[in-house]
Design a protein around this ligand. Structure first.
Ligand SMILES: Cc1cc2nc3c(=O)[nH]c(=O)nc-3n(C[C@H](O)[C@H](O)[C@H](O)COP(=O)(O)OP(=O)(O)OC[C@H]3O[C@@H](n4cnc5c(N)ncnc54)[C@H](O)[C@@H]3O)c2cc1C
Length: 425
C-alpha cells in the first residue's frame, strides 16, 4: 500500500499499517513482524518513519496519569501535544515549551528532538523522564532518567522500539502574552543577535534572505504579574514596530486563514506557546516542505552570513525562514546535545526538485559550522549527520545491542548509521 506523510512530499510503501487496539495486541504485532516501525502523526518531511510494516498506536486508549507530587504526567506516546496541553491546563499544570504545532504526537516529536524556542528552553525531549516501549521481542520495558541508557534512548528515531507511554516533567500552569514586531533589519538582527534572541521566553525571527528587512519578530513572554498584558509591550523594539492587527507567519499569503494562536491578548501557555492553533491545519496547510539546520550559538551569526549570498536563489522557493534558539542538553541525538544551538529553518514551497537542488549548497555553506539537520526534515542523502552528532556512533552501538536483528531499522537509518561507520544488520 502507498500512504503519504502529512505534507504529501514522501510516499511510504509498507505492506500494511497495523492499527493496534491495545498494548497487548501491539506487543504481539511487533513480536511477529520481521521489520516494523511506529508511525506517529506523519508530520515529518522525510522517510524517517517509513518501514516494510508500520504500526500506529492511535487507537490505543490509555489514560493520562498526573503525579502532582513527582510533577510528572504519563501519557500515551501517540497522544498529540494539543490533547496533553489541554489536559494539563485543565488540571493547573504546564509543559516548559511546545513546538510550532500541537498536532504532532509526543512519541514522534520526542523521537526527532522537536524543539520550540527560547535561550533557556531545551528541546521538547528534555522534558522526558521515562519511556515505556515494546522491544523487538515484544516485551514492554521502561527506560527512566538516571539509568545508563537513558540519554541515548530518548531521541531514538524509532530505532529502539515502539513507544507506548511517556512520562514528562510538568510545572504549574502559567499565562503568556505574544507580541509581534515588523521592520527588523537584517543588519540589526546580526549586530544584536544575542539581545534579540534573548528578548523573551520564546523568540522567533521570520523572514526571507534577500533584501534589507526581515518580516516579523515574535516574542512570547510568561505573564509575570496578574495584570501583565500586551498593553505593557513597547510600541517599538530593535527598530521594528509592534503589530496590532492580525499577522501570519507564512508571508507568501499561501496559508489557511485564522490558523495562528492569538496575538496581543493574554492567555494560557497551552494557547500561546505554539504558533499554530490545534483546531486548524497548521503552517501553510501542507503545501510545503521543511528543512532545518542547527549550528552552535557562538557561530550562528557567521552561519547566517554564509547562507545570505544564496538568498536570491533561496527566496523564490521559500514560504518563509525562521530562526529560533534552544538550550543545551545531554540527549545523544538531540539538536541541543552538548550546548545551546540556533535553528535555521526553511518552510519551502512544494517544489521538491528545486529544493533538492539548492539544499547541498546550503549544507556546504554551513559545513564549517558543524551543522546538524533536524531528524524529521529534508536534508540531502550525502549530508553527514555524524559530523554534527558526535554521539551517533554510540547510538548505533546502542541500537545494535537493543535490536540486534535490525527489526526497527529502515532505509533512512541505514543511510545515516552507515555514514557514521556502523553497518546495517
Ligand atoms: C507544520 C509543521 C510544523 C513543524 N514545526 C516544528 C517545530 O516547531 N519544531 C520542530 O522541531 N519540528 C517541527 N516540525 C517537525 C515535527 O515536529 C517532527 O517531524 C515530528 O517528529 C513529527 O511527529 P509525528 O508524530 O508526526 O511523527 P512521525 O513523523 O510520524 O514520525 C517521526 C519519527 O518518530 C517515530 N515514532 C513515531 N511514533 C513513535 C512511537 N510510538 N514509538 C517509537 N517511535 C515513534 C517514527 O518511527 C519516526 O522515526 C514540524 C512539522 C510540521 C508538519
Amino acid at each position: 500500500m502507498a500512504i503519504s506523510n502529512w505534507a504529501g512530499n514522501v510516499v511510504f510503501t509498507p505492506t500494511d499499517v497495523l492499527r493496534a487496539r491495545d498494548i497487548a495486541e501491539a506487543q504481539q504485532l511487533v513480536a511477529n513482524a520481521p521489520r516494523i516501525r511506529a508511525l506517529g502523526t506523519g508530520h515529518s518531511f522525510n522517510d524517517i518513519a517509513d518501514a516494510p510494516q508500520l504500526i500506529s498506536l492511535q487507537d490505543v486508549a490509555s489514560p493520562f496519569e498526573l503525579d502532582e507530587t513527582a510533577r510528572t504526567v504519563t501519557v500515551p506516546g501517540a497522544a498529540p501535544y494539543g490533547a496533553v496541553a489541554a489536559f494539563l491546563q485543565e488540571h493547573g499544570w504546564a509543559l516548559h515549551n511546545l513546538g510550532s504545532l500541537p498536532h504532532i504526537s509526543v512519541a514522534g516529536a520526542t523521537a526527532t528532538a522537536t524543539h520550540g524556542s527560547g535561550d533557556r528552553n531545551g528541546v521538547l525531549s528534555t522534558a522526558v523522564r521515562g519511556i515505556e516501549r515494546i522491544g523487538a521481542d515484544g516485551e514492554l520495558t521502561w527506560v527512566r532518567a538516571g539509568e545508563p541508557d537513558f540519554n541515548g534512548s530518548v531521541v531514538a528515531l524509532g530505532a529502539l522500539g515502539v513507544i507506548t507511554r511517556i512520562t514528562l516533567a510538568i510545572e504549574p500552569t502559567y499565562d503568556m502574552t505574544q507580541q509581534v514586531y515588523t521592520g527588523l533589519r537584517w543588519d540589526t538582527f546580526l549586530d544584536e543577535f544575542d539581545e534579540i534572541m534573548g528578548a523573551a521566553y520564546s523568540v522567533s525571527v521570520l523572514g526571507r534572505w534577500g533584501g534589507p528587512t526581515l518580516s516579523t519578530l515574535w516574542l512570547k513572554n510568561r505573564a509575570l504579574t496578574p495584570q501583565a498584558e500586551t498593553a505593557d509591550a513597547a510600541p517599538q523594539l530593535f527598530g521594528g514596530d509592534r503589530v496590532t492587527a492580525e499577522v501570519h507567519a507564512i508571508i507568501t499569503g499561501d496559508a489557511p486563514d485564522d490558523n495562528m494562536t492569538p496575538l496581543g491578548t493574554r492567555g494560557a501557555w497551552s494557547t500561546r506557546l505554539a504558533h499554530f492553533r490545534y483546531d486548524r491545519a497548521p503552517s501553510a496547510g501542507g503545501d510545503e516542505i521543511q528543512s532545518e539546520f542547527f549550528v552552535p550559538r557562538a557561530v550562528a551569526v557567521d552561519a547566517l552570513q554564509a547562507i545570505r549570498p544564496l538568498g536570491e536563489r533561496i527566496d523564490p522557493l521559500l514560504h518563509v525562514s525562521e530562526f529560533r534558539t534552544f538550550a543545551g542538553d545531554d540527549l545523544w541525538l538531540s539538536g541541543g546535545e552538548g550546548g545551546g544551538r540556533v535553528a535555521i529553518h526553511f518552510t519551502w514551497k512544494q517544489r521538491p526538485a528545486e529544493v533538492a537542488a539548492i539544499l547541498p549548497e546550503i549544507e556546504a555553506a554551513l559545513r564549517p559550522f558543524t551543522p546538524r539537520s533536524h531528524w524529521g526534515k529534508v536534508y540531502s542523502d550525502g549530508f553527514d549527520q555524524a559530523a554534527g552528532f558526535h554521539r551517533l556512533s554510540d547510538f548505533a552501538a546502542l541500537a545494535a545491542r537493543v535490536d540486534p536483528e535490525g527489526k526497527f531499522r529502515n532505509h533512512h537509518l541505514d543511510r545515516v548509521l552507515t555514514i557514521s561507520g556502523s553497518e546495517a544488520p
